[in-house]
Design a protein around this ligand. Sequence first.
Ligand SMILES: NC(=O)c1ccc[n+]([C@@H]2O[C@H](COP(=O)([O-])OP(=O)(O)OC[C@H]3O[C@@H](n4cnc5c(N)ncnc54)[C@H](OP(=O)(O)O)[C@@H]3O)[C@@H](O)[C@H]2O)c1
Length: 316
Amino acid sequence: MEYGTISGLDKPVSRLVLGCADLKDTAVLDAALDAGINAFDTAHVYGGSEELLGRWLKGRALDKLVIETKGCHPLALRPDRVTPACLVKDVEASLRRLGVDCIDLFLLHRDSRHAQVGEIVETLNHLRKQGKLRAFGGSNWAAARIREANDYAAAHGLTPFTVSSPHFGLACQVRDPWGGGAGCVTLTGEGQEKEQAWYRESGTAVLAFSSLARGLLSGKISSADPNRADKLDAAGRRGYDCPENWERLSRVELLAREKGCTVAQLSLAWLFHQGMNAYAIFSTGSPARIAVNCSALEVALTPEECRWLNLETGGR
Ligand SMILES: NC(=O)c1ccc[n+]([C@@H]2O[C@H](COP(=O)([O-])OP(=O)(O)OC[C@H]3O[C@@H](n4cnc5c(N)ncnc54)[C@H](OP(=O)(O)O)[C@@H]3O)[C@@H](O)[C@H]2O)c1
């Protein structure tokens, strides 16, 4: 395992992060720990995920683990929850469910056009001073909004956002996986070069979610399968089913065969070759797949291979 550093956090963070959105039992948490993963991505809205993670955390060396959770997600009857009051309420509730005194990484799960970044940054700093969270940032926040928050922090001598969790990976996200208005932000696709450049320059940590495109890039679906799109779930089809992504998969399959690695390893390796302070969040219900996916860090790719995998060139 390789570990990176995130400003504001005084412990290393594994480059592979276990996604806990569909956490069913603790066997995957044990397998992740055995594979060297020390970082776990959960959220207020992931069903019982925080509680289950919290039970597993009891008695463990929290100084070695990185727990990332998210709040302020819109609710059907309350769409605008990026407010100081919701933030405080959600942090307190996550602390209780996780059974910890301090959250290592706290992210605003979505942005809202009604949110005033100034009061949000003030509240996050207040919670940090109270010892309730260590580092913080946005999930599904555009780089411009993170810059706005950080300009406010700089002007007021406050701690800025140091972490961001957008969708990122070799497959581009063509539509919001959870439907219109869900507010997902991706670093993939055309016109994202400036955003990506900002992440490279600023060193802001990128916690890339759905890094295997909900299984499209995992090896469980063949690009040659005539029913390939049906093998994805509804969010996967909405978000990632397009001819370009299947072509990317067919190139991954070819290169993975040549390099003697798995499709998932090669897909994740691409992400680690993008010059960012990047961490790949992936999920699996299978403990055995975790260590195998972590070996993605051992797969070397040339810049030409990366461009070819991303359809930027016809040959490599
Ligand atoms: N911040 C946000 O808004 C946001 C949004 C979406 C997701 N997330 C986070 O990101 C995490 C991961 O995203 P995700 O669950 O959407 O999708 P993902 O990690 O891109 O893909 C998960 C799929 O890949 C399969 N898979 C993984 N490794 C495999 C392997 N070695 N071989 C074959 N199949 C493999 C899994 O199947 P098996 O279970 O059968 O292995 C599962 O179907 C979530 O759990 C959540 O923590 C955050």
